[in-house]
Design a protein around this ligand. Structure first.
Ligand code: NAD
Ligand code: UD1
Length: 339
């Protein structure tokens, strides 16, 4: 298939692009490089051995998006593009709603106008909200407690409404748990701009000497060691989930399908810190801090639906996730080069 990958130079999009090319698909990347560096593209070319077509466009621009589709002849779209930092979304709600909803609306409009029916959408476990029991199942109600989370809840709703009106569409809502890790080559990985919000890039930057210490957000959770637990999954497993979802969209009769992508196994903050210290051979200094607003004690997937319907299982271990992240960070202490 000829597949448009929006946000293809970002963290998850870049890993998925490589697996798509390796599976024989032709990939076209659309990204405005607002949260990624152009130098990612060169690395993707050398890792894939292909020259990957890419377009620098802002997907909220309807005319540009229409032009891309008019020339594109796409068979499917994987839509990663978006802004994703929770704290920033609280400070900049309009930017988050405009960018995340706007890009999805222009994409859907262009897809409809050009007869493109298959879409895989990057959703998030954040849509289960603050009060969901664990393990989390696809049938649970959705909610959010910050603008970023609401953009995911709203985009899911928009996609369900479009699927209801156009039953020939085939849409996958993939709810990612906590993607971490990097490509085995160490040439691509997560490269957040500014101070990272998430645990794994912080651990990597502390280990490599870019930051001093980790603030441990809460030790009084109702969990075995008192620190919050998450369902970390390797970005390569996550990328494989997209290929499995695309395959499934070829066969399913359902116009919209939702799948959790997670391992189903929770890991605490302290367990992650010690796994990363072991994998990197570096000390990770920690200091106790209050709970982070909006955090929940436990978040992990029930991955049974994805396993049954996609034949997909996230099999890489926490050790693999830490080792691969460390290879990427130690080979690229400052992330991707600017040019
Ligand atoms: P990322 O920031 O690395 O990649 C997103 C890419 O989208 C960037 O390259 C950015 O430049 C691009 N982009 C943003 N707005 C754009 C626009 N208007 N037009 C064109 N390009 C635009 O993020 P990621 O971690 O790869 O996440 C990909 C998707 O998965 C996002 O939608 C994110 O919300 C979702 N998600 C991520 C996580 C996670 O922990 N990484 C978890 C759940 C869901
Ligand atoms: C974050 C997002 C969530 C998103 C998810 C996956 C917030 C509030 N939530 O949540 O919307 O879906 O990433 O991308 O940002 N931790 C520390 N110290 C730190 C950083 C993190 O102790 O400096 C702890 C957190 O309190 C949490 C765990 O590490 O218990 C994991 O944090 P993080 O990587 O940010 O993921 P989520 O909490 O799942």
């Amino acid at each position: 298939m000829r597949i448009l990958v929006t946000g293809g130079s970002g963290y998850i999009g870049s890993h998925t692009t490589l697996q798509l090319v390796a599976s024989g698909h032709e990939v076209v990347i659309a990204d405005n490089f607002s949260r990624s560096k152009p130098s990612v593209i060169g690395r993707l070319d050398s890792l894939s051995g292909a020259s990957i077509e890419h377009h620098v466009i802002d997907l909220t621009d309807r005319e540009e998006t229409d032009r891309l589709f008019a020339q594109g002849a796409f068979d499917a779209v994987i839509h990663f593009a978006g802004l994703k930092a929770v704290g920033e979304s609280v400070a900049l709600p309009l930017e988050y709603y405009s960018n995340n909803l706007g890009s999805t609306l222009s994409l859907l409009t262009a897809m409809r106008a050009n007869g493109v029916k298959k879409l895989v959408f990057s959703s998030s476990a954040t849509v289960y909200g603050e009060h969901a029991p664990v393990p989390m199942q696809e049938g649970f109600p959705t909610s959010a407690n910050n603008p970023y989370g609401w953009t995911k809840v709203m985009q899911e709703q928009i996609l369900r409404d479009v699927a209801a009106a156009h039953p020939e569409m085939r849409i996958a809502l993939l709810r990612y748990f906590n993607p971490v890790g990097a490509h085995q080559s160490g040439m691509i990985g997560e490269d957040p701009q500014g101070v990272p919000n998430n645990l794994m890039p912080l651990l990597a930057q502390i280990a490599v000497g870019r930051r001093d210490l980790l603030r441990l957000y809460g030790k009084d959770y109702n969990t075995p060691d008192g620190t919050a637990r998450r369902d970390y999954l390797h970005v390569e497993d996550l990328a494989a989930g997209h290929i499995a979802a695309l395959d499934r969209l070829e066969k399913t009769e359902e116009s919209v399908s939702t799948w959790n992508l997670g391992t189903g196994t929770p890991t605490s903050v302290l367990e992650m810190v010690s796994a990363f210290a072991e994998a990197s051979g570096r000390e990770i200094p920690i200091v106790d801090a209050p709970r982070r607003p909006g955090d929940i004690a436990d978040s992990y997937a029930d991955p049974a639906k994805a396993q049954a319907e996609l034949g997909w299982v996230a099999s890489r271990t926490i050790h693999d996730m830490c080792t691969d992240t460390w290879r990427w960070q130690s080979q690229n202490p400052d992330g991707f080069p600017d040019a």
